[in-house]
Ligand binder design. Sequence first.
Ligand code: NAG
Ligand code: NAG
Length: 795
Amino acid sequence: MYDSHKPNPPSLQNSHMAYNKNTNKPHYHKTPFSLVIVFLSILCVSFGVIEARSPFACDPKNGLTRNLRFCKATLPIQVRVRDLIGRLTLQEKIRLLVNNAAAVPRLGIQGYEWWSEALHGVSNVGPGVKFGGAFPGATSFPQVITTAASFNESLWEAIGAVVSDEARAMYNGGTAGLTYWSPNVNILRDPRWGRGQETPGEDPILAGKYAARYVRGLQGYAKGNRLKVAACCKHYTAYDLDNWKGVDRFHFNAKVSLQDLADTYNVPFKSCVLQGRVASVMCSYNQVNGKPTCADSNLLKNTIRGSWGLSGYIVSDCDSVGVLFDNQHYTRTPEEAAAETIKAGLDLDCGPFLAVHTQGAISKGLLKEFDVNNALANTITVQMRLGMFDGEPSAQPYGHLGPRDVCTPAHQELALEAARQGIVLLQNRKSSLPLSIRRHRTVAVIGPNSDVTVTMIGNYAGIPCGYTTPLQGIGRYAKTIHQAGCAGVACNGNQQFGAAEAAARNADATVLVMGLDQSIEAEALDRVGLLLPGHQQELVSRVAKASKGPTVLVLMSGGPIDVSFAKNDPRISAIIWAGYPGQAGGTAIADVLFGTTNPGGKLPMTWYPQDYVQKVAMTNMALRADRSNGYPGRTYRFYKGPTVFSFGRGLSYTSFNHKLVQAPQEVSVTLTKFNVPINSTILRNGIKAKHTNCNKLTLGFHVDVENTGTMHGTHSLLVFSTPPSGRWSTNKQLVGFQKVHVPAGSKQRVWFGIQVCKHLSVVDNFGTRRIPMGNHKLQIGDYKHSISVQLSTRN
Ligand SMILES: *[C@@H]1O[C@H](CO)[C@@H](O)[C@H](O)[C@H]1NC(C)=O
Ligand SMILES: *[C@@H]1O[C@H](CO)[C@@H](O)[C@H](O)[C@H]1NC(C)=O
């Protein structure tokens, strides 16, 4: 039986999506849309009045507390914080160390739920956010792995700014918090990781830039150190295994070298704190080299706060203090666990543990009240920077935001735009894509992900404003014949394959939307293999064989899939990776299929073949290959073996040429420290970066990107460097990227800067950055260039 959908008129720009309260389904409005907006706005204003939040503290209507010193917004925050802490009893303080912080009624302070999430839109995963009433949904952007594939830094910041607008609006309406435990910037080390979808991929520089830009978007920087919302980079550190073959994150001890920590795992966190100026970092469940991260003063106090200078609070993952005591038996008593974590630099516990055991720790002399004060100073400072002690929320900088600022047409358009920018064209035989509305009037739309909604938003999502499924999206361009092919992505049977083949035989083109969902890869669920689940592969091959016209394979997934069978099948014309493309994913997929959007996304991770995971234990944290035992290494930076698709892969419907207009060929580094021993070995392996003036050296490059094809297109120019071969060298390392839009037949000039300290360095076994002297090779798109780095004898 065919489920046919009539095509809508192709004037996409004029059709808008609106949320329908009764059915939870998206509706497409043409002319009446503005009327709906007016109506919704009236509705929302009245809701806003009813549901507006009362002040968290310092209520101007409370004569007993409004004049307390900590309420005086004109005083410096540190003075106000000290005043407040001075008024609290020890019992009151202890009840502020946990995510559901208790009220202090005698000081006019309400309770506060610290745990809210906003990974790619305001999410209801944490207890701090509740949808309903005036806030039935929020804009649901693509999952982060998809957004990362755009390689567009301004997009990441723009998304953060929209998400925090909606978060502030919901806070003002009393249905969300101001502290968001997002983003997740762990390195996607292993392709099986169930949470890889939440991350910006496998490259530390890419992840670091994503972290900084998304955090800046969320936090805003309108006024001094004031915060729009407080973001949080998590999970620090070397956390990237959830549950694999009986090893789970609550027990895993990640054995990590100082080199990999400095060179890879910590890079996004450092960038998040230094460049993103994030207000919080979360420590993880796992141990690093035998110590739970939340109890490691070297990782917390010395590194995050000491070296990087975090201005903000450190929070535990949810119940990780309980986990390190109950599951890891790291301390003998719960009081020791409380004392060790707080003394290591933990300021806030997600979970009840510190509320229960901190008093005991102090009574036993393991901890001082002074340590608790330090923790509270960090959390309360963030609350003050958020304006929570400034009285009426409506009188504050973001106080005007309300229901009408959530799911606006502009916000939803950005969600669509993000999906378009993140979609990656992996293969396109004989330029079979884009499809043509004239020649491909009927399209068979097949596969378990062809008409999905929640699958498109991945995990850590909320309730979207509405959805457009791939089937609906394609239905705007062509008549569709729909067949799911299998009941779900598990695809346990092939009973429906005959009907799917018949659909493909009767259509001018076939689109198979396959892949994964949260039943295959998720939090607490790592994969064991990389192939498509169940009988999916068989469905694709059989349909491709039956298909009358071109067959396009569209994959939805967070992690990579070994689709070698499809890559090598001449009957499969094109392969597209859509990640989890968010609420508007179906529109974006259809726009790419029909060429309304020229794809420009690039893979933020390596797609390994299945036999890679058969050779590599997920528990092995080493990034570098080891010839002595055949360990192949991880990520494009260290792994040299075969790939299905490589990091940075992504095709376009047009073609681009690069020309290097201006590029330095050599750079001299000067020693800033005397008595540094120098000989040929040291020069080759690298001089310590901190002994040189390299932080003052940035090399500027100009590249012309020419669109030599016939279609306008967007190009992400990726720049890699390879150090001279030496003891600590990588294959290559991404050192910069720029995204440019280039109209057909024209050129755009791109500038990028390479920082000698950061981008031309290697990291030694002790985690120290060194600059190897000699020729560093740069790969700029398809262009090769070489820079000679020398030690200057001049001063
Ligand atoms: C260079 O100096 C280092 C450290 O002083 C020493 O270990 C190494 O043997 C020297 N190498 C050569 C080639 O002189
Ligand atoms: C990057 O994203 C922003 C926000 O969507 C957009 O305005 C800009 O055009 C994008 N850049 C390119 C080169 O596509």
